[in-house]
Design a protein. Structure first.
Length: 232
């Protein structure tokens, strides 16, 4: 899983670090700009501008944009080019949470029964990473947290043993879009506490408690993000 959204050169010029893993550094740099709204929803994305800004060729930039397009954060339009995906509206957000509430508590309950020990260890590692996320720019730290949050929920969906649920939730790309809605520092602290309850239940192999903990987490998350639309 990618770690740092932005790489820096030794000169402090803001250029991304050179290889190894140049492609991931470029991807993370553009991802961070989308998540922090430096590139606003619907905003045009200039490949030439990114070439100058990041100090790399067009090839890794276009590869990164293709990855972001698959994630649903970038849209490519014929003869126009790339732009940031539009922001989700209240109706779409509500629908996403309704679907999450149907699928994710069940997935957590099944994960308590089916997730192998190494899967639980990976879940704990992601949780630890989320708690230790640090960045001088709070918005960039928020972008890192968003990536880890997506990985956390993906691990649980995978650990459920139900391939269709895992594939369905992966296609939604819910988490990255949620965190792009707005910067909300409290969301990180509260989510960490809720994740701890989910992990504890899965480690105890207690499906009923794991399902309840995930249901509570999704409901609390829904309330946090619905605030931007003026209510629950």
């Amino acid at each position: 899983m990618a770690k740092s959204p932005i790489g820096t050169s030794e000169t402090g010029s803001g250029l991304v670090r050179r290889p190894p893993r140049l492609g991931d550094e470029v991807y993370n740099a553009i991802y961070a700009q989308l998540m922090s709204l430096k590139i606003p929803p619907g905003g045009r994305i200039s490949v030439d501008n990114l070439v100058r800004e990041l100090g790399v060729s067009q090839t890794p930039i276009r590869e990164a944009l293709s990855r972001l397009e698959a994630l649903g954060l970038v849209v490519k339009t014929h003869l126009i080019g790339y732009s940031a995906a539009s922001q989700m509206d209240k109706a779409r957000l509500q629908q996403l949470y309704e679907l999450r509430m149907l699928l994710e508590p069940f997935a957590a309950g099944r994960a308590a029964l089916n997730m192998p020990d190494e899967g639980i260890e990976a879940l704990e590692a992601v949780d630890k990473e989320m708690r230790s996320t640090r960045n001088d720019d709070p918005r960039l730290a928020y972008g890192e947290f968003a990536q880890s949050d997506s990985s956390f929920h993906d691990l649980i969906a995978s650990g459920s043993g139900n391939l269709l649920i895992h594939e369905t939730l992966a296609r939604l790309h819910t988490h990255v879009h949620l965190f792009r809605l707005f910067f909300h520092a409290r969301a990180t602290t509260d989510a960490n506490q809720e994740h701890a309850h989910i992990i504890a239940a899965i480690k105890k192999r207690d499906p009923a408690t794991a399902e309840a903990a995930m249901r509570d987490h999704i409901e609390q998350s829904r309330k946090r993000f619905m605030v931007i639309f003026g209510g629950e």
